[in-house]
Design a protein around this ligand. Structure first.
Ligand SMILES: Cc1ncc(COP(=O)(O)O)c(C=O)c1O
Length: 415
């Protein structure tokens, strides 16, 4: 590429895009194939349908819970209808909550999907929303330490985009203060912290299988833990207070109905088999894209903190530097990149506490939400550009298109 290019060559100004999405679409997600449908999915769904075993006794959901726990290196796994419910059940299990009693305050990052907060609110916990580490975008242990009061009962790190949070530091803080640690691993399938998969690294962890996630059945969730008591309480929370393996008409605890359809479990059992290979492809492609973006400059690729032995790459989260793009705004860049045929998003555009949902909770119930200073969250919200995990399942040519488009825009904006 030349040192500068004319702005009218940009697709946003009528030029030819780097990629024609219609002729050359991005890899679609989930990666379904006719062959997989015929060989694995159809026979599994058919069996459930003809055997009339769509709900209880839910042996396939149990089987998936065990299989996913084994994948995460955890002793117990409990399938849930959504990641949000998996977080609520995890909190209820870890803190011995029945969902009716006030639960105490939980510290969460102010940079996450709304469900992290709503799951905690749904089991009557209060929230303290704190700052993130500017490199990994995960919960900053120093911010957690500074937020602890005598009302704090738990810490809820989010392995955002697939980057594991600093679990050693967070577990050490929790240990010192007698707090529980609940991991939100909704975006971190296959991610490893010092050689161990995330989820059971604190007391309990929750995954999501919603349609964008690296393992999906459209919807779905699972909690994983090594603690039998947490598992049993979560089972009661999920299944109207029943004990796992207990009597059908006996309800020793208060609980709700978060049972799942067996059809969902069938699909997850099949797709779990591909998760590791896909995780490795994403890792290799992310490493390649990182090399290319570093060469070009202007978009800082995601960095991994030293404890990360595997990034899950649910999102490839970059930081935009306007100075390297002639002072043009992040939003102008995203418009130009999208016009070049490259899918991308700014992601979370404001701290969670600035979202209408949490503003209204704060207004109605002022003691439920506490916001601490979050300068890094504010910066990241203004500068992020994310690429989706499915783009990392593509070919080198796909990744070269991303790099070429970034380079093209940088050269045009720099004129
Ligand atoms: C960080 C995070 N937490 C929780 C959830 C909630 O999962 P679900 O949509 O399956 O309820 C999601 C995703 O949707 C998420 O990205």
């Amino acid at each position: 590429m030349p040192d500068v290019i004319s702005a009218d060559r940009l697709a946003v100004n009528g030029g030819t895009p780097v990629r024609d999405r219609l002729k050359n679409p991005w890899p679609s997600w989930p990666a379904t194939t006719e062959a997989e449908w015929k060989r694995e999915i159809e026979p599994a769904l058919r069996e459930v349908y003809l055997e009339k075993t769509e709900g209880l006794p839910a042996t396939r959901s149990d089987r998936f819970g065990h299989a996913f726990a084994a994948y995460c290196g955890a002793g117990y796994g409990l399938m849930m209808p959504h990641g949000t419910d998996a977080i609520s059940a995890s909190i209820a299990g870890a803190l011995d909550l029945d969902g009716l009693r006030e639960g105490g305050e939980i510290i969460i990052p102010n940079y996450t999907f709304i469900a992290t907060a709503s799951a905690a609110l749904s089991v009557r916990c209060r929230l303290a929303l704190v700052d993130i580490d500017p490199v990994s975008f995960t919960l900053d242990p120093n911010a957690v330490q500074a937020a602890i009061t005598d009302r704090t009962v738990g810490i809820l790190p989010v392995h955002i985009g697939g980057h594991p949070a600093d679990m050693d530091a967070l577990n050490a803080i929790a240990h010192r203060h007698g707090l529980v640690v609940i991991e939100d691993a909704a975006q971190a399938h296959g991610a490893e912290h010092n050689g161990r998969r995330v989820g059971p690294l604190g007391d309990v962890g929750a995954y999501s299988f919603q349609s964008s996630k690296n393992l999906t059945a459209g919807e779905g969730g699972c909690l994983v833990t090594d603690r039998p008591q947490i598992y049993e309480r979560a089972c009661a929370f999920k299944d109207v207070g029943r004990r796992p393996g207990g009597e059908r008409w006996e309800y020793p605890r208060h609980g709700w109905n978060y049972r799942t359809s067996e059809y969902l479990a069938c699909i997850l059992l099949v797709r779990l088999k591909s998760l590791q290979v896909q995780t490795e492809v994403r890792s290799r492609n992310a490493a390649y894209l990182t090399r290319e973006l570093r060469r070009i400059g202007g978009l800082t690729p995601p960095a991994a903190r030293p404890w990360v032995t595997r990034h899950g790459y649910h999102l490839y989260m970059t930081r935009y530097d306007p100075e390297q793009f002639g002072g043009r705004s992040r939003d102008e860049f995203i418009t130009a990149l999208t016009a070049e045929g490259i899918d991308c998003t700014p992601g979370y555009q404001r701290p969670l506490t600035d979202e209408g949902a949490l503003k209204s909770v704060t207004q109605e119930y002022p003691d439920r939400v506490r916001r601490l200073p979050c300068p890094h969250v504010e910066f990241v919200c203004r500068h992020s550009v994310w690429f989706y995990q499915s783009m990392l399942l593509g070919t080198r040519d796909d990744l070269d298109d991303i790099a070429e488009a970034v380079d093209k825009i940088r050269l045009a904006f720099s004129r």
